[in-house]
Design a protein around this ligand. Structure first.
Ligand SMILES: [Zn+2]
Length: 436
């Protein structure tokens, strides 16, 4: 642990900090290193879809080092600058928000908060460059059998587990389908409605005004209200030991194909042929109306000696699991001779899509103690004692003390207030300036 943060639970003299205990316990767990194959296909119309593929990313150093893979789709709008900027900077901004010296399980537990920080920092940095384009992001991190997906916008990621169950790992932030987000944008001062044409008729999807964007979350979009936020929906699952198939696609695919038909049209094909087939079918169904991009990732068990037990078909959402529960199924090879085999199903570890930054950055003890206190929880700059602003400041609970972490720097606090609609956004104030 490089430092202690948060407000509670510091250990007394002579006690071993909980983080160390967890490290000891978890480091004994066997880390599965499954095999993985991927394929990518793209049919471009506007040239605003971008992808990011990086395998063999290094986590940690020395003996405990492991590798992870990143696959991402960025679907830009109003130009491609935001998509390119996010592609080039997002991973680094996420990794900078993860404390060093974590073991693998702590690293996985720290990812959801680091993804939020990295998305917000990337959006803030890009907006500081005063460029007006925006982008969706579907960002997938695969570490062993654990898949973590962070998403803003309407590119989507789905998982088909080996038993044929379908899991949707991303959110859909289209105003047309997300009433909760319509209410959030409206309460922050945005206007949501359809385009008016001559004669008074309303056409097209629901859009947010000013700006006319049909998404409620994105990276970039300086000229749209700041209630169009970059805070991602994050979902983390652990695949069963028999693996599964991921499909990550821009809306060019999902406007033409249902989740089921995308999976069905490429069943049995290797990932590169599968990605090609999905793009081909999408274009065939609707014509080439949009950039159409697809990444297919197959995750296999590491050399499976015996055929997997067919688990019961299970659809959809599971329960929120304790991240630090020691999972005996991880060492299932030791139990194969026994009478009892644990059900081998996809485990849903974490899910949060809230738009409230304070909630997304505030983690339960013991995870909160992995993060440094005197560093801005979003942009990671150092804060002098007494200068940080609690992420809970102005919250309605009233229990906040100024030193309650996580803390934000002044600039990130201003960003937070703008996202929550507590001050006029840049777009609105610019409009007012223009009319004066
Ligand atoms: Zn900051």
């Amino acid at each position: 642990m490089s430092s202690r943060g948060g407000s509670g639970g510091a250990s007394g003299d002579g006690m071993v900090p909980l983080g160390v205990l967890l490290k000891r316990e978890l480091s004994s767990d066997k880390i599965e290193k499954p095999d993985m194959l991927y394929g990518l296909a793209n049919h471009s119309k506007k040239g605003e879809d971008f992808t990011f593929l990086k395998t063999e990313c290094q986590r940690g150093a020395g003996e405990g080092a492991t590798t992870f893979c990143v696959f991402a789709v960025f679907d830009g709008h109003n130009g491609s600058a935001a998509a390119i900027y996010a592609k080039e900077n997002l991973l680094n901004n996420i990794l900078c928000a993860i404390p060093s010296e974590l073991n693998r399980d702590e690293w996985l537990a720290a990812l959801p908060r680091a993804l939020v920080a990295g998305f917000v920092k990337t959006d803030k940095d890009f907006q500081d460059k005063a460029q007006t384009s925006g982008t969706t992001v579907t960002f997938v991190i695969i570490d062993g059998l654990v898949v973590t997906v962070a998403s803003v916008g309407d590119s989507r990621c789905i998982l088909e587990s080996a038993d044929g169950s379908l899991y949707v790992l991303s959110a859909d932030h289209r105003l047309d389908v997300n009433q909760e987000e319509v209410e959030r944008v409206t309460s922050c001062g945005g206007e949501v409605g359809r385009l008016h044409v001559a004669g008074g008729a309303e056409i097209g999807p629901l859009r947010c005004w000013p700006g006319g964007l049909c998404l409620s979350r994105s990276i970039g979009d300086l000229d749209v209200g700041e209630f169009i936020i970059p805070i991602p929906h994050v979902k983390q699952v652990k695949l069963s030991s028999v693996g599964g198939r991921l499909i990550i696609s821009s809306d060019g695919v999902w406007d033409a194909l249902s989740f089921e038909s995308a999976l069905d049209c490429c069943r049995g094909l290797p990932p590169d042929a599968a990605a090609n087939q999905i793009v081909k079918d999408a274009v065939k169904a609707k014509g080439l109306r949009d950039d159409t991009t697809c990444i297919v990732v197959d995750i296999f068990p590491p050399e499976k000696s015996s055929p997997p037990l067919a688990p019961p078909k299970k659809q959809g959402m599971g329960v929120f699991k304790n991240m630090f529960r020691k999972k005996s199924s991880e060492s299932s090879s030791h139990h194969l001779e026994g009478d009892y085999i644990e059900p081998d199903i996809v485990e849903e570890i974490f899910e949060d899509g809230s738009s409230i930054l304070a909630q997304r950055l505030d983690l339960e003890y013991p995870i909160c103690n992995m993060f440094k206190l005197f560093v801005c929880a979003v942009c990671q700059i150092e804060i002098k004692p007494g200068e940080g602003i609690s992420v809970h400041a102005n919250s309605k609970s009233g229990r906040v003390r100024p030193w309650d972490g996580p803390l934000l720097c002044t600039s990130c606090q201003a960003k937070k207030e703008a996202m929550e609609g507590e001050k006029p956004s840049k777009a609105l104030s610019r409009k007012q300036d223009a009319s004066e």
